[in-house]
Structures are given as C-alpha cells and as structure tokens.
Design a protein around this ligand. Sequence first.
Ligand SMILES: [Zn+2]
Length: 228
Amino acid sequence: MARNTSNWESDFWYSLSRGDGVHYPLYQDCNYRKQQGWCWDDYQEPVRQILDNARLDERANSLPRHEHGNYSQLSLPLELMANKFISDSNIHCPPVPDGLVHRLDINRELEIYQIPLKTVHGAAWYCTNRWVVHLNKKDTHQMKRFTLFHEAFHMMARSKFGIDKHTGAHARGRFIEGMADTFATYVLIPTAWAKEQWFKSRDVATMAAMFDVPESVMWFRLRHLGLV
Ligand SMILES: [Zn+2]
C-alpha cells in the first residue's frame, strides 16, 4: 500500500498493515493515550468479555470511564468510515438493517450461513469470488447482528490487504479483533443516534432494544461515549 496517498482512509489501512495485529500500532505516539493517561488497548480483555456478554455486572467497573472525545488515533478514521457507510446507505434511524452488510463489497456476492459453532461467534471466508460468513446459530439474533458487522470489518481488511492473503501479521490478533468489534459498534450504534436516544431514554435496555443489539454491546458503546 502506497504511503504517499493523503487520504485518511488509506492512512488508516496503512497504519493497520504496519502493526503486528496484536498491539495498537500507534501506541507509543498516540496523543489520546497521553492525554487520558491510559489506552483502550490496555483493556482489550475486559472489553472482549463485556462484548461477549459474559459477566457484564462483574466487568462493568473494570473499564475506565471515557472523558475525551475519542479513544485512539485509529478509532477516529474507523468511525468516519462507519458513518460514511451509514449515510451513503441512506439510513437515518435505528436499527441498522442486517442487509446493509451486502453493500460493503458491491463487487462480490456475500453468503451468510447460520451453523452451530463451538467456541466462536462467527467467521468470514473468501472463496471463489464470493464471501462466506458463518454465524453461530446458538447466539441470539442481536449477537448475530453484532458478529455480522464484526466479520464485515475482516472482509474490508482482506479487501484492502489483499484478498488472497489468508495470513499476515495484521490480519489476525487481539488488536485487529478489537478493531472489528469497534467497527461493529460504530455501524450499529452511530454516535449521533446514541447521544440523541440516550438523552431521551437514559436506559441501556431500552436503547439495546431500539438499536437491536445485545445489552452488553450497548453498554460498552455508551461507556465508550462517556455516557454511562
Ligand atoms: Zn474477528
């Protein structure tokens, strides 16, 4: 990927491609981390457990409250991408339809299958000109939606990094998984809608139902925005 493209989107994918997939590639120099004295990347494990719907009550206080406008230099372009995707799709209120995922790569077919999976929520594959996403049949409808847009991030990354590359340091790892989770929360719960609805309802369960997402995902997003 060429470094001299000035576009924020290319810069985002470039930064990601330079990392090892496990750690936040801009950690050392990130101004957001320096400002707030901590980095969301240090909290990957509690975030994962919260998003996984496991032990939310126990885990809720393990995540620091967010006081600044953003969480890392890479979350800003990621959010812009998600917002652009939503506005280009002409969606103006929650819930974001599942079918939107088909618009992410308009050049290739996407097949979605629900099968019982043992340890994961889902997976995305590329085979002979089409994407295949597996969702865990045992998950709730809301968790499947979250997984679908998580896998959508992996599809986007594969498209950028080289669709035929099955491996690569940046393609897998704790940090990339966190990016995929974050992308899914940005798409399903855009900031403007989250704030608007929060000031009306101030109730996590009500908002989770309105946005059709797991309560744990809604809680995380509101925490991320400093609202809870
Ligand atoms: Zn993943």
